[in-house]
Design a protein. Structure first.
Length: 381
């Protein structure tokens, strides 16, 4: 394509004699340009407005061959740089449909949209275009998609609306299919369509009574748009407050259970248990369940005997027989242990058997021993 015509060279070596010398040829040292004997400049390569610095293409006129009137010919060495402005040609990369959406949890390989390229009339020789995902500004979510050369945009990964912004951006490059010449690069936007995901309690609840043996509290189910997810699996994400040993466990089938009896008096009264629902090993949604620990009425009762002992009774005199009760019901197979005796004596003046019989360890003397003792015992199950 001819882009302009050079004027005749001006050089003292040409002199001012008439007639002026005849220009036989021009030479250029820049690839992609040629100059004929009349000084017409031709561009021999494609030029891209978007990637040309300053929208100016430079080339260098390196030589001029001239003939004088006497028939003498000579080559004049030059180093003249000529700049040619590049005019932009309207090009567009678009998506069809114009405002495509990506449905959350759609299968990998799902078709999303088609990429199209258009160019101003008169440049039909630049199409058809081939497409590719390009790194650079706007490529934030390129990794979620793949793009065929023909322009079909498909998912390359599952899209999670809870972990992604509502609008996804990709960067697409169009190139001439015949030789790969870059035509245009653009950022394209897609919208994430959210679906209704939930982890529901299929059975059980969110409370556990203290002292209950380790057991299943609740059975969980994963739903998407109200429908149960087949072959869903579950995993435990976290438990707060954090304790030295894990107090909760979750099976892959969704059974949430305690790992030991909980104690209302010493354990936290409430736990935030975060669970995760998965489909085919892929995260769908997390949910935090608040598990409440309910108090039980616990007591150590005196089943027989009392709280007095007469001085001079022999060692191992039974003072009282103890019973452990929860919510008024006797605990089967309880055990007991001595916690402390006050005032302190060495050796202790009392002991308790594992069966709950509180006994003296020697005869007590009203005149020399304390007349009252605070004996703390512990009931266990």
């Amino acid at each position: 394509t001819a882009v302009g015509t050079l004027g005749p060279p001006v050089d003292a070596r040409l002199g001012s004699a008439a007639p002026p010398p005849t220009i036989l040829s021009y030479g250029t040292s820049t690839a992609g340009f040629s100059i004929d004997a009349q000084g017409v400049v031709y561009v021999e390569r494609l030029v891209d407005f978007e990637t040309t610095p300053g929208a100016v293409v430079n080339f260098t006129v390196a030589t001029t061959r001239v003939r004088f009137g006497n028939g003498e010919e000579t080559v004049i060495a030059l180093a003249v740089q000529v700049g040619i402005s590049v005019a932009d040609v309207p090009e567009t990369i678009a998506l069809s449909p114009a405002a495509p959406t990506v449905t959350e949890n759609a299968a990998v390989g799902a078709a999303v949209a088609n990429v199209t390229f258009s160019i101003a009339a008169g440049f039909e020789h630049m199409v058809p275009a081939a497409f590719s995902l390009q790194s650079g500004p706007g490529d934030t979510h390129n990794h979620l998609f793949s793009l065929t050369a023909g322009g079909q945009l498909i998912t390359a990964a599952h899209v999670d609306a809870e972990l992604l912004p509502p609008t996804l951006t990709i960067r697409v490059r169009a190139a001439r299919a015949s030789d790969g010449f870059a035509l245009y690069t653009a950022q394209l936007n897609l919208t994430v369509a959210d679906v209704n995901e939930s982890i529901e309690i299929a059975s059980g609840g969110t409370s556990v009574r203290e002292n209950e043996l380790a057991r299943t509290i609740a059975t969980l189910a994963l739903h998407i748009d109200g429908s149960s997810v087949p072959e869903a699996t579950f995993e435990l994400v976290s438990v707060s407050p954090l304790t030295g040993t894990a107090l909760f466990a979750l099976t892959a089938a969704g059974a949430l259970a305690t790992t030991r009896p909980l104690d209302f008096e010493t354990d936290p009264h409430e736990f935030n248990v975060t669970v995760r629902g998965l489909q085919a090993g892929r995260r769908i949604i997390d949910r935090t369940l608040t598990i409440a620990v309910t108090d039980a009425a616990e007591s150590i009762e005196i089943a027989s005997g009392g709280t007095t002992v007469r001085e001079n009774e022999p060692a191992n005199t039974a003072v009282a027989t103890l019973a452990l009760r929860i919510n008024g019901s006797a605990v089967s197979d309880p055990t007991f242990e001595l916690v402390s005796v006050s005032p302190h004596a060495n050796p202790p003046l009392f002991s308790v058997t594992t069966e709950g019989i509180l006994v003296t360890t020697r005869p007590l003397d009203f005149e020399t021993d304390p007349r009252e003792h605070i004996v703390t015992v512990r009931g266990l199950q």
